[in-house]
Write a protein that binds this ligand. Structure first.
Ligand code: MLT
Length: 202
């Protein structure tokens, strides 16, 4: 068995990018399969369950409090997720995936981009925030990233999302950051923008 509990849905269309679906706190491997199908119906979906439990709720790394992260754990868990991506690619014969993460899942995707360049072919970061105050220099070589933030998000201030955008740009990502009239939850606009972006990344 692979190193994460996960769901896998094979591709329905050759050439559609595999999507690595990363759930938010309290979600699981089933949560985002519907979102994945909505944004790219032909893609293979690989959806792991976060291994960290917070009061019984799965997550992808430890936090000390809301928005205050255990950065050593972020680094260790990003390496662990990168290893899982390699395993899953071998097991299922997949190209490098595009991560689609929500909230805590978006944060581990951002950390994986910054710490493990080459693992992800791109990322859709839904309500992500800065996972590492001072990430090491990375060379992302134009990896496409769509960052969608909520103007009224009580968990992620827009200034924090802008700081993440700056970190990703500095690392060489090709970043599209949009601030939507939304809170922390996803809106129809997120789904539409993610679908359009996956269909024809910048
Ligand atoms: C996190 O812990 O990654 C962020 O606070 C988002 C969340 O999971 O609520």
């Amino acid at each position: 068995p692979l190193s994460f509990v996960h769901r896998y849905e094979p591709a329905a269309q050759a050439g559609a990018p595999p999507l690595l679906m990363l759930h938010g706190t309290g979600g699981d491997e089933n949560d985002l399969l519907g979102l994945g199908r909505m944004i790219s119906s032909g893609s293979a979906l690989i959806s792991p369950r976060g291994k960290v439990l917070e009061g019984g709720m799965p997550r992808f790394f430890r936090r000390l409090s809301e928005g205050v992260f255990d950065e050593d754990d972020v680094r260790a868990r990003a390496a662990e997720l990168a290893a899982f991506v390699t395993e899953a690619r071998e097991a299922y014969g997949l190209a490098a995936p595009v991560a689609v993460g929500f909230s805590n899942g978006a944060n581990i995707a951002a950390a994986t981009l910054l710490l493990q360049p080459g693992v992800l072919a791109g990322a859709v970061l839904l309500r992500a925030m800065v996972p590492l105050a001072d990430p090491p220099p990375a060379e992302l070589g134009g990896v496409p990233v769509l960052l969608l933030s909520g103007a009224m998000d009580p968990i992620v201030p827009v200034s924090n999302a802008e700081r993440l955008a700056g970190q990703l740009r500095a690392a060489g990502a090709s970043l599209d950051h949009q601030v939507l009239p939304a809170g922390h939850g996803l809106s129809q606009a997120d789904v539409n923008l993610a679908r359009q972006w996956i269909a024809g990344p910048a």
